[in-house]
Design a protein around this ligand. Structure first.
Ligand SMILES: C[S@@+](CC[C@H](N)C(=O)[O-])C[C@H]1O[C@@H](n2cnc3c(N)ncnc32)[C@H](O)[C@@H]1O
Length: 246
């Protein structure tokens, strides 16, 4: 485990397979941060598309209420190893995540709609055919106010091959990405949040939900979060103490 930080993407180790071993913790944390910033709370349901070795799942599963985390990935061994070495069986028993080991983006397999969807480092390796399939399935499991968070490599040209590329990656122009997303009646917005590689974050949503989609530097939203936190702390703990002391 100590040497896992030197692993290269694609290596046969659950931490290294999904990216540089040394950034396993940070990349998971960034995904967790983005999702909670855009509104994910413990009561919500989350579909982690290409969840891999639960780099982010190991943070989402304890955070969410039981039965709210869903992961899909064709490589069952990644999920098995993550459960064995990161989460442990007790947490799985308590939080009851659901997994599907599928390589055709069959998101409808869960027969459920999700509040949030995540595809981190998936479109960055996928051919157009798979992205379209994923979006078409995603649309069927999204509510009108769901937010689908994804990353991709933005480039000056779009990948035209038909194979999944990994390790390595593929680029798409923003216009092309918009075209593929638009074909399914959805739209997207760039979300300017750090990613250790040169990928970009995007938020995919129904156009009529645009007013609820935050920007990464949304001052009003940050203020709102801060005020909510302050007022809860004040009303629950500080104010009662203050009143008592009078
Ligand atoms: C770069 S890793 C990212 C994993 C995870 N999202 C993360 O950030 O740690 C790419 C993942 O996509 C998965 N994958 C490959 N083909 C897939 C497919 N057809 N459908 C869903 N996931 C796929 C791989 O098994 C791997 O776990």
């Amino acid at each position: 485990m100590a040497l896992s930080k030197y692993l290269l993407p694609g290596s046969h180790h659950y931490r290294g397979y999904v990216g540089y071993g040394g950034s396993y913790d940070l990349v998971g944390a960034l995904q967790f941060n983005v999702l909670t910033y855009v509104g994910l709370r413990e009561k919500h349901s989350l579909l982690d598309i290409g969840c891999g070795s639960l780099r982010a799942g190991r943070l989402f599963i304890p955070y969410l209420k039981p039965g709210k985390y869903f992961g899909i990935d064709p490589n069952k061994w990644l999920i098995d190893d993550a459960i064995k070495y990161e989460l442990g069986r007790d947490l799985i028993r308590i939080k009851r995540p659901t997994f599907s080991y599928d390589d055709n983006f069959t998101l409808t397999t869960f027969a459920k709609e999700f509040d949030y969807l995540l595809a981190a480092s998936i479109f960055s390796h996928a051919p157009q055919k798979q992205i379209r399939r994923c979006l078409s399935e995603a649309k069927q499991v999204m509510k009108r106010n769901s937010i689908f968070v994804a990353t991709y490599f933005e480039g000056k040209s779009s990948y035209t091959g038909d194979k999944w590329v990994y390790p390595g990656g593929v680029t798409y122009t923003p216009q092309h990405m918009m075209e593929m997303i638009g074909e399914h009646g959805l739209t997207f917005r760039r979300f300017d949040w750090p990613v250790p590689s040169s990928q970009v974050w995007i938020l995919i949503y129904y156009p009529e939900n645009a007013k609820n989609i935050p920007n990464a530097d949304d001052e009003a939203k940050i203020l709102n979060l801060r005020n909510r936190f302050r007022s809860r702390i004040l009303s629950k703990f500080v104010q009662p103490l203050f009143l008592k002391s009078k």
